[in-house]
Design a binder for this molecule. Structure first.
Ligand code: B4P
Length: 191
């Protein structure tokens, strides 16, 4: 089993690349953002509670996403590996993920971090709003808040993983195809 984290600010291309990478390397793609949006679409109690938090660009509570991920890992434990997209988003979530994987005889093998310039992030998210209708993409104030939440709460994971020699920065500027090749080249060394 080989487990990758795909990491980067909102709009850096995590979701876009994860779908393609999971297919290429036969990995299970686990996106907490997708899972939360599915709860909202299904109109569950959890979805109702989380939608207002997500609409402001804040993170939902750690325990909510940890529980969702644990359930998915147990359902798909015979897979070739996992590609975690948008999870973990706090150091607390990272420690819990390591614990969860450790208890099941697994570990994080590599953290791929997409580096994208600030103006390009905003441009991509606002462009996506036209198609997706996602409330957290429509408003530049919310988009800026998501980027600032990333810097304050999520970026500290980079240092945590760097110390464990898991950190691999990747240039996230350019075409989707070019970035896919860059990411694949790093992942090939592990599968
Ligand atoms: P996510 O669903 O993870 O959303 P995201 O950060 O915006 O990234 P996403 O993967 O969707 O976008 P991508 O960069 O691929 O999270 C949404 C919310 O859920 C969070 O704000 C939070 O509230 C909550 N949440 C999720 N996980 C959580 C957790 N673990 N803990 C707490 N809260 C959590 O793509 C963006 C756009 O750019 C797309 O339109 C794409 O087509 C385009 N694009 C991508 N690559 C491009 C390229 N190279 N060139 C041009 N456009 C490109």
């Amino acid at each position: 089993m080989v487990n990758f984290l795909i990491f980067g600010p909102p709009g850096s291309g995590k979701g876009t690349q994860s779908v393609r990478l999971a297919e290429k390397f036969n990995l299970v793609h686990l996106s907490t953002g997708d899972m939360l949006r599915a709860e909202i679409t299904a109109g569950t109690d959890l979805g109702k509670k989380m939608s207002s938090i997500m609409a402001t660009g804040e993170l939902v509570p750690d325990e909510v996403v940890i529980e969702m991920i644990a359930a998915k890992i147990d359902k798909t434990k015979d897979s070739a590996g996992f590609l975690f997209d948008g999870f973990p988003r706090t150091v607390g979530q990272t420690i819990e993920l390591e614990k969860m994987l450790g208890e099941r005889g697994m570990k994080i093998d590599l953290m791929l971090v997409l580096d994208v310039e600030h103006d390009e992030l905003v441009k991509r998210l606002i462009a996506r709003a036209e198609l997706s209708g996602r409330p957290d993409d429509k408003d530049t104030v919310v988009v800026e808040n998501r980027i600032s939440v990333y810097k304050s709460k999520t970026e500290p994971i980079i240092n945590y993983c760097r110390e464990k020699r898991l950190y691999q920065p990747v240039n996230g500027m350019g075409t989707i195809d070019d970035i896919f090749i860059r990411l694949s080249d790093h992942m090939k060394k592990f599968v």
